[in-house]
Design a protein around this ligand. Sequence first.
Ligand SMILES: Cc1cc2nc3c(=O)[nH]c(=O)nc-3n(C[C@H](O)[C@H](O)[C@H](O)COP(=O)(O)O)c2cc1C
Length: 193
Amino acid sequence: MSETDPFRKFNIWFEAAVATEPKLPQAMTLATVSADGRPSTRMVLLKDHGPQGFVFYTNLKSSKGRDLRTNSNASLCFHWKSLGRQVRIDGSAILVSDEEADAYFASRPRGSQIGAWASEQSAPVNTRDMLEARVRDIMAAYEGCDVPRPPHWSGFRVTPARIEFWQDRPDRLHDRELFECDGGNWHAIRLQP
Ligand SMILES: Cc1cc2nc3c(=O)[nH]c(=O)nc-3n(C[C@H](O)[C@H](O)[C@H](O)COP(=O)(O)O)c2cc1C
């Protein structure tokens, strides 16, 4: 029986990926577009998902952070090689709430929390030593206390308008099922491979 709810279908596929992929089933490509219309892609990690959207965390001053603040269009792509599956998600990215970002930041290992303060992600750095010196300074500054979430570090939730599920099939006659959202209702169509 084919699934009519794309979020339920994503859940089933994601759980299968978690069970079978040897490494990082939550890794996804994120495509953004700069203010002057140039696309760029990089990997990020899916940290939450559901009907509200697909969440990842990052430095808001990074290239992707700046792109999304000027153009909220975003595209995500998972490739689960062991399963021969791809999922593409196109939508619009909005910041998660401060409470949500605080809760996730608090759950991260302390080293990652320190790193979020130390790295001006996507800005040039002359030497690795400079970065490591900054890490030591921040460790000293927060010694004995909790590390708060940096104001420039948060999450984006990509609210999808389209979700396409691709399943590898013999003779390149793959299955492609595209769900599109129309006025809050999701409709599925099949695409040729
Ligand atoms: C598997 C993998 C997962 C990653 N996850 C994240 C992530 O969740 N958030 C993040 O900011 N960068 C993550 N990165 C690093 C990004 O790919 C990228 O190098 C960095 O965010 C800077 O991107 P930008 O300059 O386009 O903003 C990850 C890289 C890899 C290879």
